[in-house]
Design a protein around this ligand. Sequence first.
Ligand SMILES: NC(=O)C1=CN([C@@H]2O[C@H](COP(=O)(O)OP(=O)(O)OC[C@H]3O[C@@H](n4cnc5c(N)ncnc54)[C@H](OP(=O)(O)O)[C@@H]3O)[C@@H](O)[C@H]2O)C=CC1
Ligand SMILES: CC(=O)[C@@H](O)[C@H](O)COP(=O)(O)O
Ligand SMILES: [Mn+2]
Length: 385
Amino acid sequence: MPEKIAILGSTGSIGTSTLDVVAQHPEEYQVVALAAGTNVDKMIEQVKQFQPLLVAMQSKEAAERVAREIPSHINVLWGEEGLIEVAAHQDATVVLSALVGSAGLRPTLAAIRAKKKLALANKETLVTAGHIVTAEAKRNSVPILPVDSEHSAIYQCLNGEHFEDVVRLLVTGSGGSFRDRTREELKDVTVEMALKHPNWAMGAKITIDSATMMNKGFEVIEAHWLFDLPYEKIDVILHPQSIIHSLVEFRDGAVMAQLGTPDMKVPIQYALSYPRRLPLMTERLDLLKLARLDFRPADFNRYPCLRMAYEAGKAGGTMTTVLNAANEVAVAAFLKGNCSFLMIEEVVERALNAHNPVSCPSLEEIDEADMWARQFASDIMLHSV
Ligand SMILES: NC(=O)C1=CN([C@@H]2O[C@H](COP(=O)(O)OP(=O)(O)OC[C@H]3O[C@@H](n4cnc5c(N)ncnc54)[C@H](OP(=O)(O)O)[C@@H]3O)[C@@H](O)[C@H]2O)C=CC1
Ligand SMILES: CC(=O)[C@@H](O)[C@H](O)COP(=O)(O)O
Ligand SMILES: [Mn+2]
């Protein structure tokens, strides 16, 4: 029987790579539901190729445009309700969660509550509400298979190992598009420059997060929730080539690492096929061609977003919700040309400093903190123009 897949965010970078994996294994995977935001043309193309039973778009207007071009037996919904229907589709056995930002939280929770196996790319869900998502997964006996390349690497290194033998996780980061610039040289960087990631082709928001290294900070928080380890046991190291995707150190001094050319189809397929491995068409690693692997320390002064993520993670409660929400607002403003690159970290820092955290927040308290941070961040940017 093929694995039946529902994809949240099918038109994005992870979504399209997931469909590439599906297309390589038609006997293994069948698409039952797709959800996306505004990219109507791409969704129509995907529906024609993969023939899902259900589709959801962000707006009613986008949904109607899709519905006009596809067979009438395919149901087309919209809004958060549509995302939730896709996530909980009765035929789906696995949900690939690849929306961007905390918009993914409720649909991801819906997938877990419907007892779907979860392949998780949408890291902001764990940053904003990690304790709720992991507790719901435990309560519903739902496995969370990491799609993020570093977490997939750690998951692969931990396969068959004993949790108590782990001394620390070493999360690798490329350093992003501005890794060879000083902070002084960041003052005038443009959106176009920031969107040129040295190793990975990804969506715009995560590419900016990589340039500030907020992405690495989010990944530390993501690792804390996925692997149930304290922040003191999670380190970050810069590795410009993105060939070692992360490492695990054990108490006998042994270190396990997972290597490969940077291609998200590898961790996506591993999450879908786990515990099996399937063949995959991807560029193979050639160590002789590569010749060397480099490493540098991840400096908190150079990358304040990484420092803030550790601080917010250790403080806990709604601090990581605020970290994420303020960052989402600031990155969106930067992408629209409404604020400078360095303003992103300033907005996040000011929001964290002004926030009165709630410990162990409910979903409603997370919503409140999220809305507060978005308003606070928007106000700062309005007054700084
Ligand atoms: N790209 C990568 O290589 C990696 C990504 N991730 C994580 O995976 C997630 C997705 O990233 P990525 O694929 O790069 O992002 P993209 O921006 O490329 O794609 C996002 C997807 O979500 C859809 N979407 C966004 N907002 C909404 C909404 N409100 N309602 C419905 N659909 C929505 C978009 O639809 P549309 O385009 O139609 O508007 C698109 O399909 C992020 O959390 C990211 O951090 C993690 C590791 C690697
Ligand atoms: C592909 C992937 O997993 C991204 O999260 C990647 O890690 C981003 O690159 P950085 O290492 O530059 O953040
Ligand atoms: Mn990653």
